[in-house]
Design a protein around this ligand. Structure first.
Ligand code: FE
Length: 235
């Protein structure tokens, strides 16, 4: 049968921040592999890459927290936790968080719910470790809609909107090839963010319908901060 990797995309996930602490060091990272594994006692599992600082902190402290992010979480916020290393940036100093009873930081900014857990077991799964933890505290932070991984890719990461915006009509008179060039999507080589001309980058003052080539030279990836030269055309 072979392995069609597209099949994995059918698995649904959320988008979370997993955070931990060791001494006075705090860090957190984006994770999509988080799930509840038992109800009594309540246990959750998270898969963390062994190379990440958060992995090191969880391994050493035996503690972690999970923040469930809401749909409206800005890309920049996700970029801070997903594409910057805690070895270079103090991420927690830039966001709102609370300290749980175990001492772990729980990021409350853009969170729908937070929980803290004590590690009860771990499984070495190669590139990652699956940490299983017993939840010792959990609370709902807001009534917003939790972000799914699919939503993050489709809406935040940028697929063309279903309805064709007006500017497409404006460009109808240009030669087909030129139009196609202007509508070309560009991928950030650093983080995978896709610049979609039909969407633009309104958060940073770029109107929908702006071709990649027309972006200001100092424009940077809204997720990871990489410059324009880090982008390549899609396909
Ligand atoms: Fe990027």
């Amino acid at each position: 049968m072979g392995i069609d990797r597209q099949a994995f995309r059918a698995l649904s996930y959320g988008l979370y921040i997993v955070a931990s602490t060791e001494g006075d060091r705090l860090n957190g990272q984006i994770a999509n592999a988080v799930m509840q594994v038992t109800s009594r006692p309540p246990r959750i599992a998270v898969a963390l890459n062994k190379e990440n600082l958060t992995h090191q902190l969880v391994e050493n402290s035996g503690l972690f927290s999970v923040s469930v992010l809401e749909e409206d979480t800005p890309l920049k916020f996700i970029g801070l936790f997903g594409f910057k290393s805690g070895r270079e940036v103090d991420k927690l100093s830039q966001v709102k968080y609370e300290v749980g009873e175990t001492g772990v930081p729980m990021v409350t900014e853009n969170a729908v719910a937070v929980m803290e857990a004590k590690v009860t077991g771990s499984v070495d799964v190669g590139s990652h470790t699956l940490f299983i933890g017993e939840v010792v505290g959990a609370k709902v932070v807001s009534q917003e809609t939790p972000m799914t991984y699919a939503y993050y890719h489709k809406v935040k990461g940028g697929k063309s909107p279903k309805t064709a915006p007006t500017y497409v009509e404006d460009k109808m008179e240009k030669p087909e090839e030129e139009r196609r060039e202007e509508m070309k999507r560009y991928v950030c080589e650093v983080c995978g963010y896709v610049y979609v001309p039909t969407k633009g980058d309104p958060d940073n003052g770029v109107a929908p319908g702006t071709a990649f080539g027309d972006l200001p030279e100092d424009w940077v990836c809204p997720v990871c901060g990489a410059g324009k030269d880090q982008f390549t055309p899609e396909d």
